[in-house]
Design a binder for this molecule. Structure first.
Ligand SMILES: Cc1cc2nc3c(=O)[nH]c(=O)nc-3n(C[C@H](O)[C@H](O)[C@H](O)COP(=O)(O)OP(=O)(O)OC[C@H]3O[C@@H](n4cnc5c(N)ncnc54)[C@H](O)[C@@H]3O)c2cc1C
Length: 369
């Protein structure tokens, strides 16, 4: 099978490496001059598989196993520093403990005083605190490199500076690049992050994908006061972790944008202050070392868009990875490759694909996080 993968982030490299391993002739096209230049390189690098949903846990566990197998040892891509999670109420805490167990980590309730001892910056919150044993900081560069190496070793061609302008299915299956070149294929995988929706739409396929801008910033603040990865979930969500002698913070903002590499908004400092005021008030005057923004792309129901699309033979997706793509993307790509190659699937894999079917019914607008 000649497989064409559009997109050279974690999604595209994962599916390309898995297809190449299976002996298929793979071409990956990446528009930018280098692989992994959008979300896959501009994220918070946090491994925290605690979502109480059907897909995060199994895909996170599988992704971890595959990355460790590719790199020979876990320490080559993940530092299991542990994390603190803050939630409102015991129901949320129980849900997180369930999600964590499925994701291969453990979320253990601890007294707020113990949480504050680990993270001295914590404000006077009345949240439930959980210690997440097994959470950590991942290394996107090591992950993307390992996947690209594996894909090339299997004979895949990974092309950069190759922007797909249009995909045609008739009279023959081919992608047309912006320079006019045509690349023929038998099977197509749309793994183009924020641009996936537009590429699908060109084929008449709506996957209800919405790119949402999120900011990250590094504050001139004490990493010792940050303590560890701290993620406050709920209405006033915010997260931080030590980073390069400062503190990486996200105000967990979401603004829908057309696909692009977004510049930081003018009000990024105000957003940070508002997010930090309740959770870590001592940092509201901390100088901003740097700030950036990138897009997290979600389907309306916030589930992945994964696998062969029943509406068009030979067209598949690894998209809608949202805010968890570095955690689940490697296994998502592998699962898509297995399905596209027609391999028999175990029950868990079949259930994951059923959940993330590209043609599933979707709510009319984006669900709340
Ligand atoms: C601020 C932020 C923080 C995050 N933090 C975390 C985190 O801590 N942990 C975690 O697990 N996840 C995190 N994520 C989510 C994660 O980064 C994404 O889910 C993941 O990177 C998406 O990968 P992707 O391959 O789908 O998209 P991308 O990495 O964006 O790759 C898509 C690629 O497709 C290419 N492309 C698009 N159109 C075309 C075309 N027409 N022709 C050729 N190429 C094309 C693009 O140039 C791009 O390189 C975060 C995301 C953001 C934005």
């Amino acid at each position: 099978m000649r497989a064409l993968v559009i997109g050279g982030g974690i999604a595209g490299l994962s599916v390309a490496s898995a297809l190449a391993e299976r002996g298929h002739a793979v071409t990956l096209l990446e528009a930018e001059p280098a692989l992994g230049t959008h979300s896959s390189a501009r994220n918070a690098q946090i491994w925290l598989p605690v979502d109480d949903d059907a897909t995060t846990g199994p895909l996170a566990r599988r992704s971890a196993a595959r990355m460790t197998a590719l790199l020979g040892e876990e320490a080559a891509w993940l530092r299991r520093t542990g994390a603190l999670a803050l939630v409102r109420g015991e129901t949320e805490a129980a849900a997180m403990a369930r999600g964590a167990a499925r994701g291969g980590v453990e979320a253990r309730p601890i007294p707020m005083a113990e949480a504050r001892a680990r993270c001295p910056a914590l404000g006077p919150l009345e949240d439930e605190a959980l210690e997440v044993i097994g959470a950590g900081v991942l290394d996107p560069h090591a992950m993307l490199e390992a996947l690209a190496r594996r894909a090339r070793a299997g004979g895949a061609t990974l092309r950069t500076g190759a922007r797909v302008q249009e995909v045609c299915l008739h009279p023959r299956r081919e992608a047309r690049l912006s320079g006019g070149e045509r690349v023929a294929f038998d099977a197509l995988v749309i793994a183009a992050g924020a641009w996936a929706g537009a590429l699908g739409a060109g084929l008449g396929l709506d996957a209800h994908l919405v790119p949402l801008r999120r900011h990250l910033a590094v504050l001139e603040a004490s990493p010792a006061e940050a303590g560890t990865i701290v993620w406050r979930f709920g209405d006033e969500s915010v997260y931080w972790r030590p980073e390069s002698g400062g503190v990486l913070v996200s105000p967990c903002d979401e603004v829908a944008l057309a696909p692009c590499l977004p510049a930081p908004a003018d009000d990024v400092a105000e957003r940070l202050v508002a997010a930090l005021r309740p959770a870590a008030p001592r940092w509201i005057d901390a100088p901003l070392r740097t700030a950036w923004a990138c897009l997290r792309t979600y389907a309306h129901d916030r589930e992945l868009v994964l696998g062969p699309d029943p509406r068009l033979d030979g067209v598949a997706w690894v998209a809608g990875l949202g805010g968890r793509g570095m955690t689940v993307g490697v296994a998502a790509g592998e699962l898509c490759a297995r399905a596209l190659a027609g391999e028999p699937l175990d029950d868990e894999s079949a259930a994951l694909l059923a959940r993330a079917r590209p043609d599933r019914a979707q709510p009319s607008g984006l669900c709340e996080p």
